[in-house]
Design a protein. Structure first.
Length: 184
């Protein structure tokens, strides 16, 4: 079975939305953690918001510091979980998932290939965790309080869910990289 991994930036108050507005640093250690979370993955899963934002950016990146990731994500098969989008044709290699989330992602995990990386999409990550489909959650916890008006990774009324800490380490900039697996 294919492994489903998410790597997200979060603030101390649990905000995962719009990290570009509150993330103060991106150091080499964070880059290594993100790269490690992608190792062995050859497929991308994302929600509608991330798809809409990223499809307007990544296909046009051909050089600079983002070129390596751009090559990877542009070449990878991309699956979009959405109830609002009717087409994802603007980004080559993208397909809408059909049917319910649990069934569609379950079938994707049972298919051929390497691991599956969830790109951004905090609401999707929370849904995957609740459905028992997420195998690993890597959080890059920033020492910042992002404040209200932004979506948190988990809603205040999210059900109790136990995770097991696999690894945690601070970076030189004070970000804590914590890797969790759902307790089963």
């Amino acid at each position: 079975m294919r492994k489903l991994v998410s790597c997200l930036f979060v603030s101390l108050d649990g905000v995962a939305e719009s990290p570009d507005q509150w993330q103060f640093a991106f150091d080499e250690e964070m880059g290594e953690a993100v790269t490690r979370s992608l190792e062995g993955n050859d497929t991308v899963l994302m929600g509608a918001t991330t798809f809409t934002e990223w499809s307007g950016y990544w296909p046009s990146v051909t050089e600079g510091e983002d070129a390596g990731f751009a090559d990877w994500i542009n070449g990878a098969p991309k699956y979009v979980a959405s109830t609002t989008l009717t087409s994802v044709d603007e980004w080559p290699g993208s397909r809408l998932l059909e049917g319910g989330l649990a069934e569609a992602v379950g079938a994707l995990k049972e298919g051929e290939g390497g691991g599956i990386s969830v790109a951004g999409s905090p609401s999707l990550v929370a849904s995957l965790l609740e459905a028992g489909l997420l195998d690993e959650l890597v959080l890059l916890i920033h020492p910042v309080i992002a404040g209200g008006g932004r979506r948190k990774l988990f809603a205040d009324d999210a059900p109790l869910r136990k995770l097991t800490l696999v690894e945690a380490r601070p970076t030189g900039s004070g970000v804590i990289i914590a890797t969790y697996r759902p307790a089963r």
